[in-house]
Design a protein around this ligand. Structure first.
Ligand code: IVH
Length: 671
């Protein structure tokens, strides 16, 4: 029997990893570094190795990546696109080497390894039929990706026709990436145009590939290195190195520069160390070395385990660290008034990117690090351009270093700041603070909110300074001439921006609600609200009690919503928005009256009669609602095979647990 703590931790990890998958794959906005993600994944795998009972079909360990996003047509992979297991250091690679030799191969005499650079980009698949590029897709969940053919066709590195003689049918796998210099230039262009900048080259590549307008992709400096194949008919290769050579002959771009065939584990580790030394002088980012059993026959013998091949492993580099000096501390005021410290660094190049700022998060972090102005510090860039300060070199202190006090006043509006004892940041509580105003506007126009492209900090500041806008509602009153009057605004851009602002009126209620920046109401909450309320007016009239009756809404969120709609300034703003034509409708899900009206279900484990989605639909048809997690508000838990922590929680809370037969009766279907 698995103990409750492990069950809980397992459920937490599943949820957390699924969320990060979504952020990484579908939104191109990861919140954590690869190393942190790997750590979570590793913990999940360790728990599942110890307690295989906990493995469910939807555990992230059983799938690669995230479910396909909805904007592109689904594109199934004939041969699944797998992921790689990671080795964090040489020792873990030696373990991998001895394990495959001992446990999985009958004969290992001719075993050698192909070592390749692990490109830090986005995996794609190209399908060539009769030598012609027929289709291109993202990896998606490993089984079904997104059809991005039109976008891929704009990439000059990728041939539309293979060089003869070519195999009749060929799936090529490779990594789309952006060179570091191109990445920095792209971010400068984005910033000038008021568009969002990218945290790192990989996000920029991912974002560029998933543009709905292929013309945008065409302007991005995307490159490819091909490294493998899926199906191949009409040609054969006996080794990975031969495959790479074949791909090159066909006219595809292959990185053979440091690709070596190593005869044993020691040679692999030497290659790894050599590459680690060269890493900083490469024009693109690599995050390790991919080591593949070279012989195709041995690869077949080794096969795969759940999501990755047993014949390959990624030897990952540790995050890049450099030493520099903290020259000053800047203060940033967020849209809710939270004041966060930022370290201004003596510029230093960390894995190809010059950095001059580091996040410090809050004063607890400053205290934990014992950081002072003038300190020598170690900064670490785990993928993103903004690094973290990981260590202070106290032994290098001269005695002139200055402590970093909590600010007494807001750096923007000079209002005395206030720190709530249970919060880690001080706040500026002046609702008219100009720094907050601009941050609120940036949030309102951002991609997850009203999604107005072409309005970044520079443009908003100009509009405010010229007195053309004082709040977000004013955006809808701007005329084309107002846009045109801005710096670096040509005719075309001004027109485009006017259209973008007008088009944003059609955004759904959930996005408007998110854009308003109601405290504690994040993306999820605003989506839930938009499914419950037909309009902003309806939500504004809702009482605290009505709000907390919604399964996912807790006291804190409910209070914050009520406060927002009671605030006279917000009432004026909403009125102004409404008059300007921003009046979205909610995405209310038809709640039919039925035997289960008002009842909340949680479905867990593997069902034998229905998929989880089908069971949820049955619940909804009968008037009930399916929720994701068990709480006091849950009425029933439908438990299938291998139900884990949710079942345990239901039992603990005394929630009624149903089997499939009882459930069928309740929802009124005959089995
Ligand atoms: S081989 C089953 N080779 O790393 C083989 N992958 O963590 C899987 N990657 O999804 C891929 N450079 O996006 C391979 N030389 C290389 C690679 C490489 C980068 C990426 C690829 C893959 C991920 C796995």
């Amino acid at each position: 029997m698995v103990d409750l703590f492990t069950q809980q931790r397992h459920a937490e990890l599943c949820e957390e990893i699924a969320r990060h998958n979504q952020l990484y794959y579908n939104q191109d906005q990861p919140e954590i570094s690869d190393a942190e993600y790997d750590e979570l994944f590793r913990e999940l795998q360790e728990i599942e190795t110890r307690d295989p009972d906990l493995i469910t079909a939807d555990s992230p360990s059983q799938r690669v990546g995230a479910p396909v996003a909805e904007k592109f047509a689904p594109s199934p992979h004939a041969v699944p696109m797998l992921s790689l297991k990671n080795a964090k250091n040489a020792e873990e690679f030696y373990d991998f080497d001895s394990s495959i030799r001992k446990n999985f191969l009958a004969r290992t005499a001719e075993l050698d390894y192909a070592c390749e650079m692990k490109m830090d980009g986005v995996a794609i698949e190209l399908t060539y039929e009769g030598g012609k590029l027929f289709k291109a897709s993202t990896r998606g969940d490993g089984f079904v990706g997104e059809d991005i053919t039109e976008n891929i066709k704009t990439i000059t590195d990728i041939p539309h026709t293979l060089t003869a003689p070519y195999p009749e049918l060929l799936d090529v796998r490779g990594e789309i990436y952006i060179d570091l210099a191109d990445f920095q230039a792209l971010n400068r262009t984005q910033e000038d145009a008021g568009d969002k900048t990218f945290a790192n080259p990989r996000n920029a590549a991912a974002g560029s590939l998933r543009q709905l307008d292929a013309k945008v992709t065409a302007q991005r400096p995307l490159r490819i290195f091909c490294y493998g194949i899926g199906r191949m008919q009409g040609a054969e290769t006996a080794t990975q190195i031969e495959t790479l050579q074949l791909l090159r002959k066909l006219g595809l771009r292959v990185n053979l520069e440091e690709t070596v065939c190593a005869s044993g584990a020691d040679e692999v580790i030497n290659t790894f160390r050599r590459l680690q030394e060269r890493r900083d002088s490469l024009p693109f980012e690599i995050d390790g070395v991919v080591v593949k059993v070279n012989q195709t026959a041995l690869q077949e013998e080794l096969g795969m385990v759940s999501r990755s091949p047993r014949w390959a492993i990624a030897l990952k580099f540790p995050p890049r660290q450099e030493q520099t000096i903290v020259e000053d501390i800047g203060l940033q005021v967020g849209r809710t008034g939270a004041i966060t410290p930022v370290a201004h660094l003596k510029p230093v190049v960390v894995s190809g990117v010059t950095v001059s700022r580091a996040s410090l998060h809050n004063w607890d972090e400053i205290e934990r690090l014992d950081l002072r102005i003038g300190d020598h510090v170690i900064v670490e860039r785990a993928g993103d351009v903004i690094p973290d300060v990981v260590k202070v070199l106290t032994e290098k202190r001269s005695g002139n270093e200055q402590p970093i006090p909590l600010p007494a006043a807001c750096p923007e509006c000079n209002t005395p700041v206030h720190k709530n004892p249970d919060e880690v940041v001080p706040r500026c509580n002046n609702p008219h603070c100009p720094a907050q105003a601009i941050e609120r506007m940036k949030h309102f126009v951002s991609r997850d909110a009203m999604d107005i492209e072409g309005l970044g900090e520079k443009q908003l500041t100009q509009l405010i300074n010229s007195g053309k806008i004082t709040d977000v509602a004013d955006l809808y009153l701007l005329r084309e001439e107002d846009m045109f009057a801005m710096d670096r605004m040509g005719d075309v851009q001004a027109k485009r921006l006017t259209v973008a602002i007008a088009a944003s009126k059609a955004q759904p209620l959930s996005k408007l609600l998110f854009g308003l920046g109601i405290r504690h109401a994040g993306k999820n909450t605003t989506k839930i609200l938009a499914r419950r309320f037909a309009s902003l007016d309806e939500l504004a009239k809702c009482t605290f009690d009505q709000l907390i009756a919604i399964h996912e809404i807790g006291d804190k969120v409910a209070q914050s919503i009520v406060d927002y709609f009671a605030n006279p300034e917000k009432i004026l703003l909403l009125d102004k928005l409404g008059q300007a034509g921003v009046q979205p409708q909610g995405e209310v899900v038809i709640q039919q009256d039925g035997p289960l009206t008002g009842k909340v279900f949680v479905i867990t484990g593997t069902l034998s009669k229905w998929s989880r989605k089908e069971a949820e639909e049955l619940v909804e048809k009968a008037g009930g609602r399916a929720a994701g997690s068990v709480s006091k508000k849950t009425d029933y838990v439908l438990a299938g095979e291998n139900a884990g922590s949710k079942l345990a929680k239901a039992e603990k809370l005394g929630v009624e647990v149903l089997d499939e037969a009882t459930f069928a009766q309740l929802v009124g279907v005959t089995l």
